[in-house]
Design a protein around this ligand. Structure first.
Ligand SMILES: Nc1ncnc2c1ncn2[C@@H]1O[C@H](COP(=O)(O)OP(=O)(O)O)[C@@H](O)[C@H]1O
Ligand SMILES: [Mg+2]
Length: 244
């Protein structure tokens, strides 16, 4: 990917009186952001840096980046407030479109699922997926009940602290929305997760079934409407697949 990067200036900036160190090489490079391992005031952290994209008009690109940084910060804070764990925020640089946050040590749900697939027999695998799915569903239900739609629910955006499936930490809130949330948007949020699970993990229908079970339990008044919308969104998806 063609990106503007200038590690030197980033390093210089953070080193000045911040007790800050950062890796030169990103630990993750996505389409929108790079993640660097760092230390912030002695704490293991990461920097999520949204970079300029050459293929997007620069004013629009800058606006979008700022919007996503703001959405991410607000999403992380709101989730925390309603009891859904997210990384601690350490520092936000609105000029450079960077967020410094707690580094969650452990693994992603994606890695965990593929690990237990290898280590467990079929029944254990399903049981484990099931209890994890229910817990994940309750988290998404809580978010939705608080009018937060994540926008990019995938098993990579769910981290497990110390690799423990009971300790779910949600990340990657750049696409989240919190204003005037409709049942339709919640349904789409669930559908995105369903498709992500289906395309990332084979033989894992159990997982999304359990997610919905947990969701219904904790989603409050709005859960039923969102589940109905999910059904509609699924049907539209199927039609699209048929027409191609
Ligand atoms: N707070 C964090 N602690 C540990 N790892 C993280 C953290 N935030 C992001 N990561 C890692 O970096 C990857 C990309 O970060 P993410 O916020 O999902 O950005 P992207 O938009 O590129 O997907 C994650 O899938 C995860 O592996
Ligand atoms: Mg991500």
């Amino acid at each position: 990917m063609d990106v503007d990067m200038n590690d030197e200036t980033a390093e210089e900036k953070y080193e000045e009186g911040f007790g800050f160190e950062m890796d030169r090489k990103p630990m993750s490079q996505g389409a929108e952001a790079r993640i660097f391992k760092s230390m912030y005031l002695g704490k293991p952290s990461i920097i999520k840096q949204r970079f300029a994209k050459k293929y997007r008009h620069s004013t629009l690109d800058e606006r979008l980046n700022k919007h996503r940084v703001r959405a991410e910060v607000k999403g992380i804070m709101k989730a925390k407030q309603v009891g859904v764990e997210t990384p601690a925020l350490y520092f936000v640089d609105g000029e450079r479109n960077e967020i410094v946050m707690e580094r969650v040590e452990g693994c992603s749900a994606k890695e965990w699922i593929e690990k237990i697939r290898k280590e467990n027999d079929e029944k254990e695998f399903k049981d484990n997926l099931s209890s994890f799915g229910i817990l994940l569903g309750t988290k998404v239900g809580k978010l939705h009940a608080a009018s937060v739609v994540h926008g990019d629910l995938t098993t990579s955006n769910v981290l497990l602290r110390d690799g423990n499936p009971q300790q779910i930490v949600l990340i990657d809130f750049g696409l989240c929305s919190q204003m005037k949330i409709t049942a339709e948007e919640k349904g789409v949020d669930l559908y995105v997760l369903e498709r992500a699970i289906a395309s990332t993990h084979h033989d894992s229908e159990q997982l999304f079934k359990s997610v919905l079970e947990g969701y219904e339990k904790s989603g409050g008044k709005g859960a039923k409407g969102a589940l109905e919308k999910l059904e509609e969104v699924r049907m539209r998806g199927r039609k699209r697949d048929m027409i191609g």
